[in-house]
Design a binder for this molecule. Structure first.
Ligand code: GLC
Length: 435
């Protein structure tokens, strides 16, 4: 792992929880952000959404308050997705929010609003563009016009596309103040690295935004997790790995077995962009436990919302995020600035750790006293319920004496009795180690 990357990502590795926002014209057909490709729509067919786009309820200040209330510390908005539509006021295209009924630079408003709420800000920008005439079509595996004979012998000038794409990135990194994260999406086939002129692109970005944190999707996926796992990554290898819709079973490590920065990105239902029929939402319990899992494996979690065509975050998402926030308010300390514990995963849940403080995340109701697996009895100092600060009794009793190398705690007064967990989502104990 490269030291410069480790240092640059310090705040990111501390803040742990962010909001991803996928929003664009695709909120109108409301079938997710890939609809143009999935339905093989021509630019003309898709442009009707451009004419229609009128997000009268767009209020990023409300989004920011919701994110903050949920305990999120940063947010990343899709400045441009694969359909090529720009939420920002790019001088290089007319296909932008300023030319819709919205009539404003929606990225600028997002940035202002989230910064005002004290959150760090990032922009998602895709390397792909299904609207640009010079992007490959017939032989491209994702383009809406793939395999369409009309585009078979078309002459395109890919350099012109690259100039456009680099130019837009330059606009984003020069016109909007300090960005904390740049989230590039994505490489496939031979559409990676040199094809994107990735080195030139990132040199330009770093010139304007030396501290911005960048994901790892400019690199092809040939090498396992890219060269970010080596001591000498490419300049475009990125600062963190971006596993999508999966928590890496063992966290993410470099070639020497040392943890690297990584961030799970995942949806709340099963779509990134708004989908009118998708009500398959994860519960707040699932989200909280997955966030705990990420942190216990040294990673972050950026959780997605897909606002609708009017600019509203779906009601279900709002409710779930509010519940997550209630838990975070009382228990966030066990995640922020925390990471992998020196102790192995306990059977009843997970440990996270910050210095000499271990946080026990209990998911399973114990029978009698709860064993604090892995920790030695001499190491255990004060133990409290994180949510209330109330002391937790040690659970040593006649029937625990046989297991003298394991300390026990009792969730009620009598250690041989059983008590329901005070918080079924995740009851957190704060354990101070005597070291
Ligand atoms: C994918 C999809 C995309 C989504 C992204 C988020 O690569 O193409 O629609 O924006 O993942 O990680």
């Amino acid at each position: 792992m490269n030291q410069e990357i480790w240092n640059r990502t310090e705040w990111f590795r501390k803040e742990r929880f962010g909001m991803f926002i996928h929003w664009g014209l695709y909120a109108i057909p409301a079938l997710g952000e890939w609809v143009m490709s999935e339905k093989r729509m021509t630019v003309e067919e898709y442009e009707k959404y451009f004419e229609q786009f009128d997000p009268t309820d767009y209020n990023p200040r409300e989004w920011a308050r919701l994110a903050k209330k949920a305990g999120m510390k940063y947010a990343v908005l899709t400045a441009k997705h694969h359909d090529g539509f720009c939420l920002f006021d790019s001088a290089l295209t007319d296909y932008k929010a300023t030319n819709t009924k919205a009539g404003r630079d929606l990225v600028r408003e997002f940035l202002d609003a989230f910064r005002a709420e004290g959150l760090k800000v990032g922009l998602y920008f895709t390397l792909i563009d299904w609207h640009h005439p010079d992007y490959p079509k017939y032989n491209d595996m994702h383009h809406p016009m793939r395999g369409n004979e009309a585009y078979k012998d078309e002459n395109i000038n890919f350099d012109r596309y690259l100039e456009y794409m680099h130019g837009q990135v330059e606009e984003l990194v020069t016109n909007y103040g300090k960005l904390d994260i740049l989230w590039f999406d994505f490489s496939y086939d031979n559409m990676c690295e040199d094809t994107w002129k990735a080195e030139e692109l990132i040199r330009m970005v770093r010139k304007h935004q030396p501290d911005v944190i960048i994901d790892n999707r400019l690199e092809g996926s040939g090498e396992k997790n890219g060269s970010i796992v080596t001591d000498h990554p490419n300049i475009y290898s990125g600062d963190f790995a971006s596993p999508e819709m999966i928590i890496p079973p063992g966290g993410m490590k470099d070639l020497n077995g040392k943890p690297i920065p990584w961030e799970l990105c995942a949806t709340m239902n099963n779509h990134w962009g708004y989908c009118y029929y998708d009500h398959t939402y994860k519960t707040s319990q699932t989200i909280i436990r997955k966030l705990v899992e990420c942190v216990s494996k040294g990673g972050n979690f950026i959780l997605n919302v897909g606002p609708d065509a009017k600019g509203r975050i779906p009601k279900e998402s709002q409710e779930i995020l509010t519940q997550v926030g209630e838990w975070m308010e009382q228990n966030g300390e066990s995640l922020y600035e925390c990471g992998i514990s020196e102790y192995d995963k306990p059977e009843w849940g997970r440990y996270t750790q910050k210095g000499n403080t271990v946080y026990a995340h209990i998911y399973e109701t114990p029978l009698g006293a709860l064993p604090l697996y892995g920790i030695s009895p001499q190491e255990v100092g004060t133990i409290t319920f994180l949510s209330s600060g109330a002391q937790v009794q040690r659970g040593e009793a006649w029937n625990t004496a046989m297991y003298s190398d394991t300390p026990f705690v009792a969730l009620g007064e009598n250690p041989v009795f059983s008590y329901p967990l005070p918080d079924e989502i995740d009851t957190v104990l704060k354990i101070e180690l005597k070291k």
